[in-house]
Design a protein around this ligand. Structure first.
Ligand SMILES: [Zn+2]
Length: 391
């Protein structure tokens, strides 16, 4: 499982260009299951790496980079038939090699040789992924899972086996009714215990959002026992039978609920950012304003259309980003360097500062607003104004 700290480490990495070092990022995208027999994916992966080897040799970048590429080529050769995506981040000049399994939604198999790791496919995947708990519940069992990037891990379980139910006791009338009530009471105590466990884990910070897998018949009874702030954190539910559901099914159902929730949330929040920008509130649109807000530390969430790309300059000395392609930095006067895509600089900043990053497939308002927008935590100009007014 990829942790936030690991992602931050990748975002903070900078290859020492003065020593000819280079940050290699490799993403492997498997074919969809129906095409898997064609084995195209492994061939594509090998070609991509071989091409990179050739251009590295042509540009005289041998040594450590060549060693990294050889190692990636080995890996690509063995990816035949894999259903999972894969990412490698390497810089042997600085003794760095990290390999991750990822959900097969990486856009394509690609290799990048840049001063920083290419995190866009990862950022698009991560979006604003919450720390997610999945609870699969019935009247006598509950299983708790963590889900992160398609990686499902069981965290624990609660089992309160019910007494043999009334019908199998072979009693009639009063006895049967009595046994039934006993079983209902046991189920109720079980649901309470599960709800309590969810509350405690939430308070410990183990999860931020919750998905419940539960048979429709049990849902209303169980839901009634959820603590109000646990219920607020519930993002959806799927129908499942604890006794028979497989881990793959849990992962797929929960993944679908999560993706739907992220897409809906992204769309709503992007709309808010555009509206707030118009009313001069907590939103900005367009690259220039987004970069300014980013530098002022105001940004909470960034919204980009899926294929957003824009040129900009970056100051290698102070880190200032400018949407105008100025030759020297407006902040410190040093020479700037041009970025073919400003996302390469925005993404690591967003990851380091825990800014939510949303990629949107279609959003008419965002398209019209320059394909990039941000929601702000505050606006420094307005805060100062309010303070002045207050004093
Ligand atoms: Zn500067």
């Amino acid at each position: 499982m990829m942790t936030r700290d690991e992602i931050r480490e990748l975002a903070a990495f900078q290859a020492d260009e003065t020593k000819g070092a280079c940050a290699l990022s490799f993403y492997f995208q498997p074919d969809p299951p129906q095409d898997r027999s064609h084995r195209r994916e492994a061939i594509v992966a090998k070609d991509v790496v071989k091409q990179a080897l050739k251009s590295a040799a042509a540009s005289g970048k041998n040594g450590p980079l060549h060693a990294d590429l050889d190692r990636v080529l080995d890996l690509a050769t063995n990816l035949r038939g894999s259903a999972r995506g894969r990412a490698v981040f390497a810089c042997s000049a600085q003794n760095f090699w990290k390999e991750y399994e990822l959900p097969p939604r990486l856009g394509g198999t690609q290799i990048y040789l840049q001063p920083r790791f290419q995190l866009k496919p990862l950022a698009a995947l991560l979006g604003a992924q919450p720390t997610l708990s999945v609870a699969v519940v019935d009247r006598q069992r509950a299983r708790f899972f963590d889900l992160r990037l398609d990686d499902l891990r069981e965290r624990g379980a609660i089992v309160h086996m019910l007494s043999r139910n009334a019908s199998s006791d072979g009693f009639n009338g009063y006895e049967a009714g009595h046994a039934e009530r006993r079983v209902s009471e046991e189920a109720l105590q079980h649901f309470k215990a599960v709800a309590e466990r969810l509350r405690i884990d939430f308070e410990k910070g183990i999860w931020e959002r919750l998905i419940v897998g539960c048979q429709d018949a049990n849902w209303r009874e169980f839901e009634a026992h959820l603590h109000p702030y646990v219920r607020q954190r519930l993002i959806g539910r799927f129908s499942a039978d604890v006794a028979s559901v497989s881990n793959e099914e849990i992962r797929d159902h929960a993944g679908a609920v999560l993706n739907q929730w992220i897409a809906k949330r992204a769309s709503t929040k992007a709309g808010e950012a555009v509206d707030f920008a118009k009313s001069n509130g907590r939103g900005v649109t367009g690259l220039r304003r987004v970069l300014q807000a980013l530098e002022a530390g105001e940004v909470q969430s960034i919204f980009l259309t899926e294929n957003y790309s824009a040129r900009a300059v970056e100051c290698p000395n102070c880190g200032h980003l400018d949407a105008h392609l100025v030759p020297s930095c407006v902040a410190c006067g040093r020479p700037t360097r041009e970025l073919t895509d400003v996302s390469d600089a925005i993404i690591p900043i967003a990851i380091r500062r825990d800014i939510e990053l949303f990629y949107l497939k279609e959003h008419a308002d965002l398209d019209r607003a320059g394909n990039i927008a941000a929601l702000l935590r505050f606006r420094s100009d307005q805060t100062t104004g309010q303070l002045a007014a207050a004093s």
